[in-house]
Design a protein around this ligand. Structure first.
Ligand SMILES: [Zn+2]
Length: 390
C-alpha cells in the first residue's frame, strides 16, 4: 500500500491552473475530471476511471470521508461543505510552497494567482501564455502595429512573470521550421490574420508563421518557456505534439540562454527524457498524467527518471479547475517517487542521502534554479508544517 501521507519534501508546482471556487455540479465535476468535453456513453460513468478511483482513495479522507466511499457520496459531501472549504482542504494537503499558474485560460470561474495563494496558503507566480497576449492585442490594433508592437507588449506583460507558455502544439503542431520568421513573412501572415479575423470576429491565432513569431518573441524575453507536449484535450493531434519534432528548434536555440520546459510529455515521456539528456536547456515533467493515471502514475514517473539527468526533471500537477487534481497529483507523486527511491536504495543503486537529494531536486530545487525565483525566502509555512509532521 503506497504511503499517501509521505510529505517530507515541499513541492514546487511549476505548471498548473486556477481552481473553480464556486459551486461545482456533478456533471460539471465530471467534465472537469477529464480532458474530454463530453459525458461518457449513456449508462456509464466517466468517473469510473483511474482518476475516479484516486479521488475516492486519496481525496475522500482529506474532506472527512472514509477512503473509497462511492463517488456519489463523495460528490454530495463536497457539495455540502462548499467549494471554498473543499478547495482549501485539498490544496493545503499537498505541501506545495509555490505554484506557477498559467493564466491563459479565459474562464472567470477560475481563481487568480492571488486567490490561489490565499486558498492554498502558499506563494503563487504567473506564467503568461504567448498566444493569449497576441490575441488580446490583435483585437485592438492594426496588422502593422501588431507586428511592430508585439515584442514590447509581451515584454511589458511578462515584467513580473516567472515564465511563458506556448500552446503551439494545440494550434498547429511541432512540425514548424526552427528559424525565426522574417519580418516580411510575419507582416504577410499578420495581414491575412487581421483580414479574416475582422470578417469573422475570431482572433484565434493558428497561422504557423505567427505562432513561430510569438515563440521567438518569447525566446527574446529570456524567460523559461513552457511547451505543451503530448496528451491534452481533443484539439491536439497527438503525433504532431511529439516533442522529438522540436529537435531543430533546440539545436537553433542551444546557445541563446533560454530554457524550454516540456510539459506533460505522455505518451512521449521517453522522447522528452532523451531531449532533456541531449540539450542542456531542455527539461521535462509528467504533469497531468500525475493524476489521470491514478494507480498507474508510478509508471510515468519511472519513465521520466530513466535517462535524463536528475537536474532536468521537475514536478508539476497541471491541475485545472478541481482541487482534487492538485491533491491526487501531489499524493501520487510523493508516494510513487518515494517507492522508486526506496527501490534504488534497497537494491544498492543509491544511498539514502542520494535518494533525499534527488527527491528534493525534482520536488522543488530544479524549478527554483530554472525560474530564478527568490530562493532566500523561508519555505512557506504550510509546506514547513507538513514537513515537520512527517
Ligand atoms: Zn496546463
Amino acid at each position: 500500500m503506497p504511503d499517501f501521507t509521505e510529505a517530507r519534501f515541499p513541492l514546487f508546482d511549476h505548471h498548473c491552473h486556477g481552481v473553480v471556487d464556486a459551486p461545482v455540479g456533478d456533471d460539471e465535476f465530471r467534465i472537469l475530471a477529464s480532458e474530454s468535453d463530453w459525458p461518457g456513453p449513456a449508462g456509464t460513468d466517466s468517473l469510473d476511471s483511474p482518476f475516479g478511483l484516486a479521488v475516492r482513495r486519496i481525496c475522500a479522507p482529506l474532506i472527512g470521508l472514509e477512503p473509497l466511499v462511492p463517488i456519489q457520496d463523495y460528490l454530495a459531501h463536497r457539495q455540502s461543505i462548499g467549494a471554498p472549504e473543499a478547495n482549501q482542504l485539498l490544496l493545503r494537503s499537498t505541501g506545495t510552497s509555490d505554484y506557477l499558474l498559467d493564466t491563459g485560460i479565459p474562464d472567470p470561474r477560475l481563481l487568480s494567482p492571488a486567490g490561489m495563494a490565499e486558498r492554498a496558503n502558499a506563494r503563487s507566480h504567473e506564467i503568461v501564455r504567448i498566444e493569449r497576449v497576441a490575441e488580446s492585442l490583435a483585437g485592438e490594433s492594426s496588422a502593422a502595429a501588431f507586428v511592430s508592437g508585439f515584442p514590447d507588449v509581451l515584454g511589458a506583460r511578462t515584467k513580473d512573470a516567472a515564465g511563458l507558455k506556448s500552446i503551439i502544439a494545440y494550434r498547429h503542431g511541432f512540425d514548424i521550421p526552427a528559424e525565426r520568421p522574417s519580418k516580411h513573412e510575419v507582416q504577410r501572415a499578420a495581414d491575412e490574420w487581421f483580414r479574416t479575423s475582422e470578417a469573422t470576429g475570431n482572433f484565434r491565432v493558428t497561422d504557423p508563421v505567427l505562432l513561430r513569431a510569438g515563440l521567438w518573441a518569447g525566446i527574446d524575453t529570456g524567460l523559461p518557456i513552457q511547451l505543451h507536449t503530448g496528451y491534452g484535450d481533443g484539439d491536439v493531434e497527438l503525433f504532431r505534439a511529439d516533442p522529438s519534432r522540436l529537435n531543430p528548434l533546440f539545436q537553433a536555440t542551444r546557445t541563446l540562454g533560454v530554457d524550454f520546459m516540456l510539459l506533460h510529455c505522455y505518451p512521449f515521456i521517453r522522447e522528452a527524457g532523451i531531449l532533456a539528456q541531449i540539450f542542456p536547456h531542455v527539461y521535462l515533467d509528467v504533469g497531468l498524467v500525475s493524476h489521470y493515471l491514478g494507480p498507474s502514475t508510478g509508471k510515468a514517473i519511472r519513465e521520466a527518471m530513466e535517462i535524463a539527468p536528475f537536474s532536468k526533471v521537475l514536478y508539476s500537477s497541471d491541475a485545472f479547475g478541481l482541487a482534487e487534481h492538485y491533491a491526487v497529483s501531489a499524493a501520487l507523486w510523493r508516494a510513487e517517487f518515494a517507492a522508486l527511491m526506496d527501490e534504488w536504495v534497497g537494491s544498492g543503486w543509491a544511498t539514502p542521502d542520494d535518494a533525499d537529494r534527488i527527491t528534493s531536486m525534482v520536488a522543488r530545487g530544479n524549478a527554483q534554479r530554472v525560474y530564478k525565483l527568490d530562493t532566500q525566502e523561508e519555505l512557506h509555512q504550510s509546506a514547513l508544517e507538513l514537513t515537520e509532521k512527517s
